[in-house]
Structure formats: structure tokens, C-alpha cells
Ligand binder design. Structure first.
Ligand code: FMN
Length: 343
């Protein structure tokens, strides 16, 4: 084992323990390790919790018990002193005094993976994809059925918000715009999402009734892109979906004049408070009860359906020689033609 590998192993062990209370971990030293870690050697600390981890933390091989999950990147992330005994490496955590540096933003659930080195150059971020193929012989002849199969895979793989998709539109002036929305339905008629009919995207779709949708499921190294015409769904369909939403989301649809400027956040909070008082009674939603009357769908809120004319499935492969299978709707609109595209 090289000295660099030894260093990495020790840092990794310290990382597993970081964010936890002060403690000691030990693990067997690598043979012929030429790197010396004196009592002054330290990992982390001072750097704003660079070693903190959200994973459940367990002690190294020689330690007993389990440390709890530590605060994420708090200023009290411990300093790690590592020394070698005759048979083991020993890492000792010492809590640091509060650091003046601002704490990092709270991490979402997607951040369960170990954080990347914050000093890494953007140009050095690259993944090496697996060799799991996307094969003409095994895909469904119907791209909607194929999409559903991949979507189910994404759900099973635990992708966070697998129905999040980038919706791309173009304005009357030809200005493109992209933003994420949530897929709320898919069948042979197309792909449905819901939004505010006075938003920027709605203005784009009113002017240019065509759009593109893009999914990215990193855990599976898969992407899907879809193009086609887009139109509002019938009002009854929007009503049905709106009624299925949680009360807070239904009120939120009334409170937001989506895509319009707001003087400050207080504008929407005041609107929400007034709506909650109206629909929950004087105690508002904080009382924990149910709305006291029906929350109707705002007339300016509803769905769009994209009718696909192109659906492309992309699978990352080794050395950037990816797989791409592109379905195009045949003239007349009945069947689909599938073509392999170069990556
Ligand atoms: C993951 C995710 C899902 C979103 N889902 C929706 C959605 O379903 N409908 C929606 O109107 N906005 C959704 N948004 C907010 C939009 O991205 C966007 O901010 C908003 O619709 C205004 O876009 P516009 O000004 O281009 O119309 C979502 C944002 C994210 C990050």
C-alpha cells in the first residue's frame, strides 16, 4: 500500500467518525506505511466541517459502539489527531471551539452520499458509467411503455423525485427557458404537469404550443428527453387533480401569482395567512384541523399535456460511448420508428 493510499485510508476512517462527539477510533495500520502522523496531525476542523458526513457513523474496526449522526458541518466538527501504536492507528477527536466561518446550508435528503471535496475543480467532476446496455432488442416498441418501465426502475432505485423533469419552452420572441416541474400523469395521450396559467411558462406555451421534457436519473445513469405539442388539459381533469392535493398546496395555488415580482416574501405569507383564516377558521391551519369549507381550483391554475412526437432514451456507457435510442412518431401518427443515435 502506498503512502498516499495509507493517508486516504486514515482520512476515510476519520471522515466516518467526523461530526460525532469526541472519541477515539483505531484501525490496523497498513504494512510498510512510510507516512508519519504525529500527535499534531489533524483532519478537518477549521475548514467549516469539511469532513462532516450525514451517513450513520460507525467506529473503525478497533472501536466499540456506534457514534450518533453528527451535526452537518457545524463549527464544532472535531479535529482528528492520528497516531500509530505498535499495532494500530489511533484517531482521537477533539471538539473545536466555535468557528467564525458561517455554517454551510442545511443539506437535503439527496445529500446522503459522501460530500465531494469542495476544492475540486468543476472541470474535474466526471462519472464513469457502467456497461449496463440499452439494447434495441429488449426495449418496448412503444416509447410510452418503455418510459413507464424506466420510471418504475427509477422509483425502485430510490431516485429522489423521479418525476421531476426539466420543462423547456420558447417565447414568442424565440427566447428559450427551462425549469423543473413534476410529472403528474403519463399514458398513451402524453405527459401531464400542473402549473399557473399566468406564469412565464404558460405565456410561452400560449404563444408557442410546443415543449420539451428532460428527465435525469443519476442513480441509473439514464436520461429521457421528450418533445411534442403541448396544450391545457380539460378543466375537469385539472379539478380532479387539484382536489387530490394537500390543503396547503391548494391554498398555495391561490396565494402565488407565479412568475410575477413580489416586494418581499411577506406578501405571500400575508396572503397565506388570510387564506388559512378563511378556509380553516380563526385558528388557521396551525390548529391542525381540516379546512372548514371546500378549496376550489383557481381558474388560473391547471394542467398541460405534452403529446410526444419524439422520445429518446439515453444510457451512460464507458468512455462516453453512450447508448441512445430515439423514437419518432411516424407520419400519420400511428406507430413509432426507432433509431440508434451516436452519443
Ligand atoms: C423539483 C421541482 C419541481 C417543481 N415542480 C413544479 C410544478 O410541478 N409546477 C410548477 O408550476 N412549478 C414547479 N416548480 C417550480 C418551477 O421550477 C418554476 O420555478 C416555476 O414554475 C416558475 O417557472 P416560470 O416562471 O418559468 O413559469 C418546481 C421546481 C422544482 C425544483
Amino acid at each position: 500500500m502506498s503512502a498516499a493510499q495509507s493517508l486516504g485510508r486514515i482520512a476515510a476512517a476519520a471522515t466516518r467518525l467526523s461530526g460525532a462527539c469526541a472519541g477515539v477510533a483505531s484501525f490496523a495500520p497498513p504494512p510498510l506505511c512510510g507516512v508519519r502522523f504525529g500527535g499534531s496531525g489533524s483532519f478537518g476542523g477549521g475548514g467549516g466541517g469539511a469532513l462532516s458526513s450525514r451517513r450513520t457513523l460507525s467506529r473503525g474496526s478497533g472501536g466499540g459502539g456506534v457514534c450518533g449522526v453528527g451535526g452537518v458541518g457545524t463549527s464544532s466538527s472535531p479535529r482528528w489527531d492520528v497516531r500509530r501504536t505498535s499495532s494500530r492507528w489511533v484517531a482521537t477527536a477533539t471538539p473545536l471551539p466555535p468557528s467564525p466561518s458561517p455554517p454551510p446550508p442545511p443539506l437535503g435528503t439527496m445529500a446522503a452520499a459522501a460530500p465531494a471535496d469542495a476544492t475540486k475543480s468543476i472541470s474535474d467532476f466526471r462519472e464513469s458509467y457502467s456497461e449496463t446496455p440499452l439494447d434495441e432488442a429488449t426495449v418496448d416498441a412503444d416509447p410510452i411503455a418503455q418510459f413507464r418501465a424506466w420510471f418504475d426502475d427509477a422509483v425502485r432505485a430510490g431516485v429522489t423525485e423521479p418525476n421531476a423533469m426539466c420543462l423547456s419552452t420558447v417565447s414568442a420572441a424565440g427566447t428559450p427557458a427551462g425549469r423543473y416541474v413534476l410529472l403528474k400523469g403519463v399514458d398513451e395521450r402524453g405527459f401531464v404537469w400542473y402549473t399557473n396559467y399566468t406564469s412565464r411558462k404558460a405565456a410561452d406555451l400560449d404563444a408557442v404550443p410546443a415543449a420539451a421534457l428532460t428527465f435525469w436519473w443519476p442513480e441509473l445513469e439514464r436520461s429521457v428527453r421528450i418533445e411534442g405539442g403541448a396544450a391545457r388539459v380539460p378543466a375537469a381533469e385539472s379539478d380532479t387533480y387539484f382536489a387530490s392535493r394537500p390543503p396547503g398546496s391548494r391554498l398555495g395555488a391561490w396565494a402565488s401569482d407565479q412568475s410575477s415580482p413580489a416586494a418581499d416574501r411577506g406578501v405571500m405569507e400575508a396572503r397565506m395567512a388570510a387564506l388559512e383564516a378563511e378556509y380553516y377558521g380563526p385558528a388557521g391551519a396551525a390548529g391542525g384541523g381540516e379546512p372548514i369549507k371546500d378549496i376550489p381550483r383557481p381558474p388560473h391554475w391547471g394542467g398541460y399535456r405534452l403529446t410526444p412526437t419524439l422520445v429518446e432514451f439515453w444510457k451512460g456507457r464507458k468512455s462516453r460511448v453512450h447508448d441512445r435510442l430515439c423514437y419518432k412518431r411516424e407520419a400519420g401518427g400511428e406507430g413509432w420508428t426507432m433509431t440508434r443515435l451516436q452519443p
